[in-house]
Ligand binder design. Structure first.
Ligand code: ATP
Length: 239
């Protein structure tokens, strides 16, 4: 299990952004992390992926553990090697490289599994197979999201961390991405799904957390969150 306990994160030695966050990502599940702009969701993912340092951030209290062992001191490469792979917000594909070259980069920690993983990714995302020789920069937003997810899957991750995969996508594509996340999970990858689109996230999550100004304010099974009147009012627009 991946677990965060009482985590405090500070940027530039002064800006306190996470104020004692605890959450658990049990194996085999999809865990949704909701929250408004600026709540600290991306910061939590950066902490999990070893990416805080490059953003001038640091863990000042608490810990992150994988199967009980601390991983909060690891660098990004070491985190990926432990089976935790992140898809950054905004996709960040290498625009001038082809689709397949982008996917190959994702396999650098697992070169022996490259061929099998490439086949698996093309099975999951047939669109990427159709466009495998095209420059990634020419893909649509939805296709770039698929490519970023596919690239993360090339490292055979045990945990996939997704930062707002639905951002900026047309509703129909949001549905496709949601179904793909379910499929990836059914094939055995545990998912931490950060989303502002609460209905999308909760429709496939087992458990959900709501983050507000650096604190967890709700921690419940996803079905209960969907029924919660505050969630309906503030996150689902049903108030
Ligand atoms: P969004 O959905 O807008 O990305 P978020 O919930 O992911 O929001 P974060 O990106 O983690 O939130 O940001 C949380 C707070 O930390 C914000 O107030 C933001 O301005 C601040 N912050 C983020 N990165 C840095 C940084 N490198 N240096 C200083 N402050 C930062």
């Amino acid at each position: 299990m991946l677990a965060v306990s009482n985590l405090e994160v500070v940027y530039d030695d002064v800006v306190l952004v996470l104020r004692g966050v605890s959450l658990e990502v049990p194996d085999g599940k999809i865990v949704g992390l909701l929250g408004a702009n600026g709540a600290g969701k991306t910061t939590l993912l950066r902490a999990l992926s070893g990416l805080l340092g490059i953003h001038h951030g640091a863990v000042t209290r608490g810990q992150i553990t994988l199967d009980g062992e601390r991983i909060d001191h690891l660098d990004p490469q070491q985190v990926v090697a432990r089976g935790i792979s992140q898809v950054l917000e905004g996709r960040r594909v290498f625009g001038e490289f082809s689709v397949e070259e982008n996917l190959r980069v994702g396999a650098h920690t697992r070169p022996k599994e490259r061929a099998a993983n490439l086949e698996r990714v093309y099975d999951l995302f047939p669109r990427l197979l159709e466009r495998r020789t095209q420059a990634a920069g020419y893909l649509s937003g939805g296709e770039q999201q698929m490519l970023a997810m596919g690239r993360a899957m090339m490292s055979s991750p045990r945990y996939l961390l997704l930062d707002e995969p639905s951002l900026g996508l047309a509703p129909q594509l949001v549905g496709s991405i949601r179904d793909l996340i379910s499929q990836i999970n059914e094939q055995g990858t545990t998912v931490l799904l950060v989303e502002q689109n609460a209905s999308m996230a909760l429709s496939i999550s087992d458990h959900g957390y709501v983050l507000e100004t650096g604190r967890v304010v709700m921690d419940k099974p996803a079905a209960e969150l969907l029924d919660d009147s505050d969630i309906q009012e503030f996150y689902l627009g049903l108030g």
